[in-house]
Design a protein around this ligand. Structure first.
Ligand code: HSE
Length: 410
């Protein structure tokens, strides 16, 4: 009898439905690649989906998947930590490979789940968790494996990049751009994770964990979103010769710690990240042997993300052992440099009735623009603790700092 490998999908939302549709639509191609027969046996979702060609596959009870020895590969596209964590852990413990697009799960529980997968000689794969359709987990963990990774800077959230692009290029309001991103299936269920920078922060933590072989927990990483970006700062960024982007950065410091920061940044138009627009994401990786590598593609959306999920499904179907495994160890101490110590050149927009005192606090500065009672300029590299002290000095001189955005220097 022909051996057919059985797959279960948990979650039939934007990504899960894309996985089912592309799996069924491109099935012959997938079988040619894997050289094994495979089929979807179950789709777990609490909702009903009548009228689909695969409506008969829906179940509501997770135990049917967990207790079915025929299921060898489980796709988790539910999102969120619970119950995804319990379900994924159970599947791995039962010897099933798991493929997930869930960045929160990987960023919080990756080390533990990888360790369970190793002990059971199955796969825990998450290509879709960072950068949507861009191949990035496999290139970083395999193709660049010989390098010491020195630095990663990425635009890793499609929703915020889409919103910023609409605001900058088309003058669309923040609210309208967000509503459109939600309609297109880019945003999280709770879009505050996108706009507050948490989603991009989770993704840079995953990349940093691969790059530095230790689990980097999001709770130790500074995250700031795009909610404070004003059109005024967008215009000053243009006058300076660049654009404002939400950039997630991880850099290995000389003291062995990792500088981790997700925040808006002034990106010079000479830097290719400045022209990454709409839903596109990009990661700029610096390795000690390879030099600079840039990976670019659609960072969110149904089909691109499903494409990445299915690349993992194909690997899981193909594999007979744990291969060149994704691997990092758990880390019970904080390997990130304290936020106050991180140093950047800073864009500042200040205001006051008398700006003469500026020279006392920032004698060296590159002016970007000035109007009556307002000045925008770039400081030399300073730490956030120095910036806080200087902000207080300025306040004492009657000058308020109305915007502070780092400059991305790479
Ligand atoms: N909400 C995420 C984004 C989806 O906009 O990038 C892809 O991870």
């Amino acid at each position: 009898m022909k051996n057919v490998k059985k797959i279960a999908i948990m979650g039939h939302g934007v990504v899960g439905s894309g996985v089912a549709e592309i799996f069924l639509g491109n099935h012959q191609n997938i079988e040619n690649k894997t050289q094994v027969s495979s089929e979807i046996k179950y789709i777990l979702d609490l909702r009903d989906f009548p009228g689909l060609s695969y409506s008969d596959k829906f179940i509501k009870d997770f135990n049917l998947i967990a207790n079915d020895d025929e299921i060898s590969v489980v796709v988790e596209t539910m999102g969120g930590l619970n119950p995804a964590y319990t379900f994924v852990k159970t599947c791995l413990e039962k010897g099933k490979s798991v493929v997930t697009s869930n960045k929160e799960l990987v960023a919080e529980k990756g080390a533990e789940l990888l360790s369970i997968a190793r002990s059971k000689n199955v796969k825990f794969l998450f290509e879709a968790s960072v950068g949507g359709g861009i191949p990035i987990i496999r290139p970083l963990s395999q193709c660049l494996a010989a390098n010491n990774i020195l630095e990663i800077n990425g635009i890793l959230n499609g929703t915020t990049n889409y919103i910023l692009t609409c605001m900058i290029r088309d003058g669309v309001s923040f609210e309208d751009a967000l509503a459109q991103a939600q309609k297109l299936g880019y945003a999280e269920k709770d879009p505050s994770a996108d706009v507050l920078g948490l989603d991009a922060c989770r993704k840079i933590c995953i990349l940093a964990s691969i790059a530095f072989s230790k689990h980097v927990y999001p709770k130790y990483a500074h995250a700031e979103g795009i909610t404070k970006i004003t059109l005024k700062d967008v215009e000053y960024a243009k006058a300076w010769g660049g654009a404002i982007k939400l950039v997630a950065s991880a850099k290995l410091l000389e003291n062995g710690k990792v500088a981790l920061e997700t925040s808006p940044a002034f990106v010079s138009s000479e830097n290719p990240l400045s022209s990454v627009n709409d839903v596109f994401n990009a990661a700029f990786i610096k390795g000690d042997a390879v030099g600079d590598v840039m990976l670019y593609g659609r960072g969110a959306g149904k089909e691109p993300t499903a494409s990445a999920v299915l690349s993992d499904v194909i690997e899981a179907l193909n594999s007979t052992d744990s291969g060149l495994a994704l691997n990092w160890s758990d880390c019970d101490y904080d390997i990130t440099e304290p936020y106050e110590n991180l140093k950047n050149r800073m864009y500042l927009r200040v205001s006051g009735s008398d700006l003469c005192g500026l020279d006392k606090v920032f004698s060296e500065r590159e002016e970007v623009g000035a109007v009556c009672g307002e000045c925008a300029f770039i400081t030399p590299a300073i730490s956030y603790s120095e910036l806080a002290a200087k902000t207080e000095q300025l306040a004492a001189l009657g000058i308020s700092v109305d915007a502070a955005i780092r400059v991305l220097d790479i």
